[in-house]
Ligand binder design. Structure first.
Ligand code: NFE
Length: 493
C-alpha cells in the first residue's frame, strides 16, 4: 500500500525544508518511490540589495545564513572586485582563505557530530539526543558512549574553529573583515602564531577522532555506500585562490557527469535557473543568473518550492565536499551517503593542513587593501567560489553606482532543487528514490540520505501524528504557539 509522508520542517536554514515522500513496496522491499523537496520560506535577499551601494551586498548577503556567512561575504566582495577590476594583495587573499577555511572546518565538524550522528548512534536518554527515532542502531554501548564524548568534544572544537576565524575575521559568524579591495585585518605575527596554534589542536582532532568516527559509522552501516547516489553529476566552482589571478586554487573547479572519472572544464555560461516548479514568475525561466530575477508568485500551478532549480547545461548537479574532492581527484571511491561523510571529513583534514602553509605565506609588513581607481558607475561582475556545503555564486550588476541586479545561487539551491522544466528531479529528490524504508512511521533511512547532503539542518525535533491519507512529522509546540500546518489541517503532536 502506498504511504505518503512529509518531514516538515527538516531545517531552519535557507527556508524551512520539507521533504514529501511516497513509500511503496517494490520487488518485496518497502522503499521511497517518489520524493519532492520543498523550501517553505520565501527569502528574497537579492531584493534587499537592489538600489543600494554595491558595498552593502557583503553585509546583507552574510545574513542569508548563520552557518555559512563567511562564504557569502567572501563571494560578495569577490563579485564586486570582479566588477571593479580589482586585484587584491596576497595578504588579503590569504586572510580571506584562512577565515573561510576556519568556517569550513567548523561547519564540517558541526555537520557530522551535531546534525548527522544522531541518525546512527544512540545518545544518552536526554536532550539534545532525545527524543529521537529509535530503529536500526548498530553500535555497542561502549561505542555509543565514546561517540557521546566525542560529540561534546566536537562542540569545543567548533568553538575553537570559530575563535580561529575571528582572529582575522573580526568576529564569527558574520565577519566584518571582508571588503572589496582586500581585508580589514592586518596579519600580525602574534595572530599568525595564534591561528597556527588553533590548527595544531584541530588537526589531531580531525585525524584521531573525526575521521575514525566516520569510519566506525561507515563500517557499521556499509550498505550506505550504495544508498543515496542520485544523478551522480558533481559540480565544483573551485575555492581557496593560491595566486592573485585566481588561476590556481587549493580545490579546483570542474564538473564530473554521471560519476565519470573525467573532469570537464567549468563553463559558468552553462548555468541557468529553472522555475517551472518554483514559486517565481515564469518570465525568467531557464535563464542565466546574471539576468534572472527573483519575482515571487505563490500560488503558481504545480509549483511546490521556494527553491529555484539551477542546472548546469540543463543537468541537475550535486555540490558539496564530495563534488569538490571528486573533481580534484582527492576522493573517488563512490557517490553515496557514506561517501559524502567520508569526503567531508577528509576535506577538513586537507584544508586544515593547507591552512598551516598559508599562515606561513602571510607578510606582516605587507598591504591588505588596494583602493580602486575610481569605482565604475556602471559595471557587471560575478564570483564563483565554494561554501562548506558546495558551489556558491553571486552575480552583480551596477548602474549609477547602485546595485541594479543581484542574484545568488547557494549550494542548497543546487542540492535541494525541485524538478526542472524537463521534469528532472533535483539531486536530493533523485537520491531519495529507491531508499529502503524499514518502518514508515520512523523513516530514519530518509533522514540519513537528506543529512548526507548537509542542507543546513538543525536538531529540530520531529514528531509525527499519522493520518489515513498521510503522515506529517513536525516540530512540537514552540513558545506555547500552535505549529502551523501546511496540509489538510493535520494534527500535530
Ligand atoms: Ni545555509 Fe550555505 C553553505 C551557502 S548552503 S549554509 O555552506 O551558501 O545553501
Amino acid at each position: 500500500m502506498e504511504i505518503n509522508a512529509s518531514i516538515d520542517p527538516v531545517t531552519r536554514l535557507e527556508g524551512h525544508l520539507k521533504v514529501a515522500i511516497t513509500i511503496d513496496t517494490v520487488n518485496g522491499t518497502q522503499q521511497v518511490v517518489d520524493a519532492r523537496v520543498s523550501g517553505r520560506l520565501f527569502r528574497g535577499f537579492e531584493q534587499l540589495i537592489i538600489g543600494r551601494d554595491p558595498r552593502d551586498a557583503q553585509h546583507i548577503t552574510e545574513r542569508i545564513c548563520g552557518v555559512c556567512p563567511v562564504a557569502h561575504g567572501m563571494t560578495a566582495v569577490m563579485a564586486l572586485d570582479n566588477a571593479c577590476g580589482i586585484t587584491i594583495p596576497d595578504n588579503a587573499r590569504i586572510m580571506r582563505n584562512l577565515v573561510s577555511g576556519a568556517n569550513f572546518i567548523e561547519s564540517h565538524i558541526l555537520h557530522f557530530y551535531l546534525l548527522s550522528l544522531a541518525d546512527f548512534f544512540e545518545g544518552p536518554q536526554m536532550a539534545p539526543w532525545q527524543p529521537n527515532w529509535g530503529g536500526d542502531r548498530r553500535l555497542s554501548a561502549t561505542q555509543n558512549g565514546d561517540l557521546t564524548g566525542h560529540y561534546v568534544q566536537a562542540i569545543a572544537m567548533r568553538r575553537k574553529a570559530h575563535e580561529m576565524g575571528a582572529l582575522f575575521g573580526g568576529k564569527l559568524p558574520h565577519p566584518p573583515a571582508y571588503i572589496s579591495g582586500g581585508f580589514t585585518a592586518t596579519p600580525r605575527a602574534d595572530r599568525i602564531t595564534a591561528f597556527k596554534n588553533y590548527l595544531n589542536e584541530l588537526i589531531p582532532f580531525i585525524q584521531s577522532v573525526y575521521i575514525p568516527d566516520v569510519e566506525l559509522v561507515a563500517a557499521k552501516y556499509p550498505e550506505y555506500f550504495t544508498i543515496g547516489r542520485g544523478h551522480g553529476n558533481l559540480l565544483s566552482f573551485g575555492v581557496f585562490d593560491l595566486n592573485s589571478a585566481g588561476t590556481s586554487k587549493q580545490l579546483a573547479p570542474g564538473v564530473a557527469l554521471n560519476g565519470s572519472q573525467t573532469t570537464l572544464v567549468l563553463d559558468q555560461t552553462k548555468i541557468t535557473e529553472h522555475v517551472t516548479y518554483s514559486w517565481f514568475a515564469d518570465a525568467t525561466n531557464d535563464q542565466h543568473p546574471s539576468v534572472s530575477t527573483t519575482e515571487p508568485m505563490n500560488p503558481k500551478g504545480s509549483a511546490y518550492s521556494w527553491v529555484k532549480a539551477p542546472r548546469y547545461g540543463e543537468v541537475p548537479c550535486e555540490v558539496g565536499p564530495l563534488a569538490r574532492m571528486w573533481v580534484n581527484g582527492n576522493y573517488r571511491a563512490g557517490i553515496s551517503v557514506m561517501d559524502r561523510h567520508r569526503a567531508r571529513a577528509q576535506e577538513a583534514l586537507l584544508l586544515a593542513q593547507a591552512m598551516l602553509t598559508w599562515c606561513d605565506q602571510l607578510n606582516p609588513a605587507g598591504p591588505v587593501y588596494v583602493e580602486a581607481a575610481p569605482r565604475p558607475a556602471n559595471a557587471t561582475g560575478y564570483a564563483l567560489t565554494e561554501a562548506p556545503r558546495g558551489a556558491l555564486g553571486h552575480w552583480i550588476s551596477i548602474q549609477n553606482k547602485r546595485t541594479a541586479h543581484y542574484e545568488v545561487i547557494s549550494p542548497t539551491t543546487w542540492n535541494a532543487a525541485p524538478r526542472d522544466g524537463h521534469g528532472l528531479p533535483g539531486p536530493l529528490e533523485e537520491a531519495l528514490l529507491g531508499v529502503p524504508v524499514e518502518n514508515a512511521d520512523e523513516p530514519v533511512e530518509v533522514l540519513r540520505v537528506i543529512h548526507s547532503f548537509d542542507p543546513c539542518l538543525d536538531c529540530a525535533t520531529h514528531v509525527m501524528r499519522p493520518r489515513a491519507e498521510g503522515k506529517i512529522f513536525a516540530v512540537p509546540h514552540l513558545h506555547g504557539e500552535e505549529p502551523h500546518t501546511h496540509e489538510h489541517g493535520h494534527e500535530h503532536a
